[in-house]
Design a protein around this ligand. Sequence first.
Ligand code: NAD
Length: 453
Amino acid sequence: MSLKIAVIKESAANEKRVAASPDTVKKYISMGCSVSIQSGAGSSASFTDEMYKSAGATIAKTADDTVKNADILLYVQKPASTITKSLKKGALVIGLFAPYQDEKAIAEWAKTGTTIFSMDMVPRISRAQAMDVLSSQANLAGYKAVLDASEHFNRAFPMMMTAAGTVPPARVLIMGAGVAGLQAIATAKRLGAIVSATDVRPAAKEQVQSLGGTFVAVEDEEFKAAETSGGYAKEMSAEYKKKQQALIEETIQKQDIVITTALIPGREAPKLVTEKMVKNMKEGAVIVDLAVEQGGNCELSKAGEVVCKHGVNIVGNLNIPSRLAASSAALYSKNLQNLLGLVIKDGKLDIDWEDDIIKGITLAKDGKIVHLQFTKASAEKTTAKTESAAKKKPEAKKPAAKKSSTKKAAPKKKPALKKAAPKKSAAKKTTSKKSSTKKTTTKKKTAAKKADK
Ligand code: NAD
C-alpha cells in the first residue's frame, strides 16, 4: 500500500491557509504517495477541490474520513489531538505546533503515540532554508504590514511635486530587522518612503543599509554580542533597554509609520513603544504591531483590533500571513514538500533520526516528548517540584506555599503569551475603528506642535 498523506481543512479562527497546494499534491503522487484532502480545505486559499482532484488527490467529506489510515497528517495550526485516533499507529503529524505557546499540548499529543514534527522549530541552517516556514510566512507578513499601514494612513508614501504643492514623503521606522522587518523595509522603499530601522543584532545593520534604510541603534559592547549562534536576538540587559528606549523616543517623534516586528523566540515580545512615545507621535501616525500575538511591541496595541490612541492608529491584526492565503499557503505547502523530500524515499518513510533538521523539529515520538528543549524544561520542573516538596514536607498541608515555590523554579514560564490571545469580537473591532476615525477627524489637537517635530 502506498504511503497515505492527509490534509485537513483548518479549523482555527482567522486561518485561511492550507497545508498542501495542488502543485505539492502532484509532487507527492509522483513520489509514490496517495493524498486525501478534506473537501473545501483549500477554498480560502483559492485552491478548489477540482484542482486537487486534477493533481491526483481524492477528496473526503469530513476530517475523520480524510485522515483514516493516513501515515502522514499535514496541517497549518494544530487541530484537536483527537484527530489522531483515525491515523495509523505511529503516524507522522507535521505543522505549526507552536510548542512555546502551548507546552501542555506537547504532552497531550505525545500520549497519542504519533510522531510530531513542529515546523516552527526548523533550525536556521542553510540546508533547511527551503523548509523554513517561519521565514516564508514572515516575509509575506512584512510586506502585508506595510499595506496595512497604508490603509490606515491618510497621507501618501512617496514625495509628489505637483502644481498644487508638494506632498512630503512618509517616514517609516521598522523595529526589528529580521525576515519580516527586511521585507517591510523593501516594501516601504518601493512605495517611496524614507525608511529607517532598528534591531539589537549587529548583523542587521548591513542588511538594513543594503536595502537603502538608515540603521538606528545603540551600538555599544552589549550590542556587538547580541546575536545567538542560531541567528536570533538575545534578551538585552535593563541598562541597554533604557539606552535604546531613549534613542527610540527621539526617533519615533519624527515618524509617520512605525512597523514593529521584534521577537525573542520562546519569550514575550519586548515592549519597545511606550504610551509616552505614542503621545509624542504625529497626529494621524500609524503603528502596525506584528508582534501582537506574542504580547505586542507596543504597550497600547490590542490583539485583533485597530485602536486609536493619542491620535495614532495602532493596528493589531492577527495571523497576517493568512491574510495573503493564496501566497502563504503556496509557500507553506512547498516548505512541507521539501521536508517530506527528506523523509520519504522510494514511496516509503525513511527517517534519519540523527539528521540535525529532524532532531530540531521532532517534539514527540513513541509516546514520549523527545525534544531536548522540552524534556529539559519538564525535567527541571520535576526536580524543582521534588526539591520544593522535600523542603516543605513539614508544612505539607499548605498547598499554596508549595505551588508558589514550584512556580518560581520553573524555567521560561510564559503566561504573558496567553494574554495576547484574541479576545474581542468583530463588532467591537468595528466600533473601535469607527471611534478611531471620529477621534482622528474631530481632534483639533496641537497640530502646530506636532508639525514642529
Ligand atoms: P525574529 O522573528 O525572532 O525577530 C525579529 C527581529 O526582531 C530580529 O531581527 C531580532 O533581532 C529583532 N529584535 C529582537 N529584540 C529586539 C529589540 N529589543 N529591539 C529591536 N529588535 C529586536 O527573527 P527572524 O526574522 O525569524 O530572523 C532572525 C535571524 O535569523 C535573522 O538574522 C535572519 O536573517 C536569520 N535567518 C537565518 C536563516 C537561515 O540561515 N536559514 C533563515 C531565516 C532567518
